[in-house]
Design a protein around this ligand. Sequence first.
Ligand SMILES: Nc1ncnc2c1ncn2[C@@H]1O[C@H](COP(=O)(O)OP(=O)(O)OP(=O)(O)O)[C@@H](O)[C@H]1O
Length: 335
Amino acid sequence: MTNQMITAQGLTKTFRSKGQTVEAVRSLDLAVGEGELVAFLGPNGAGKSTTLRMLTTLLPPTSGDAVVAGCDVRRDPAGVRRRIGYVGQGSSGGHTQRVRDELHAQGAFYGLGRRETRTRAAELIESLELGQVANRTVQSLSGGQKRRLDIALGLIHRPELLFLDEPSTGLDPHSRANLWQHIVELRRATGTTIFLTTHYLDEADRLAERVMVMDHGSVIADDTAWALKESLAGDRVTLTFESATDASAAAARLGGEIDGADGASARVVTVTAPGGDRALPRYIRELADAGIDVAAATHRQPTLDDVFLALTGRSLRDEAAHAAPIGEASEPVAA
Ligand SMILES: Nc1ncnc2c1ncn2[C@@H]1O[C@H](COP(=O)(O)OP(=O)(O)OP(=O)(O)O)[C@@H](O)[C@H]1O
């Protein structure tokens, strides 16, 4: 059996502020095994960062327990911190220190000896391709280089477990892809367990072995991306007809939904079907036998956004677009 790197039972965080109570995390149970790469997804305000902050001992839980890298977050926070790396949302930007010196300072902070610090910094500079900028000041780095430095800083003491809070947010697609290549390669080489939050569903889909979806402070799904899509969303087959009458007859026959009440969308029917690529020709034949001609047809595999939609009736993409800006949360009075 795999050893557990993170376990939590009933982990809860309630903020009280100006007479209001926010239940940021509600009685969360979770288990992450050694060597896993787990992505934590959810809309803004779902409670992902608060969970990470409790697991990394930056925030005391209101109730519940968690053991992280073998240490209890309440009884041995120092032990947790020694064994984990944490890369938060804020970047290392603004420092006038050189990249190499920043890594040396971090090594000293973790109590590494001078020689070990230098060896380790050199290793990370190489593996995260920071060689060309190692003698530059941190503030002169690009966004992608800064995030790679953040990860190097989080790894200097060879943690068994690395927490990354939105590692790729704000990066352009090329830098995102490059950062991920480094994360995946590091993990392959060292077997480090990685627990991360991201708003990029495609990243979680492609790279994480397990996806946890959080909403309103609770985990509402926990499985591989493939299993979630297969069990909760199904493939989407979209059929377009010459008339709304044909569309409505087809929808009734196939158990599909008409996209809109009038106009062109009233002629479009969407059917959710497992193995949609195989279902599509069958639908077309069945409708032809009933005298209904299909004008156009497409098939699309489900995404993690479809999973969230199936679970909550809301789209994660829309939520992200309409989310309140960071900083609107009121100051906590009691934790
Ligand atoms: N220090 C705080 N004081 C009061 N409320 C807080 C505090 N920190 C977080 N919250 C509230 O707790 C809830 C969860 O916030 P959290 O930052 O954990 O969400 P998140 O899922 O990480 O969101 P995002 O994706 O935007 O980072 C939100 O309603 C937030 O406003």
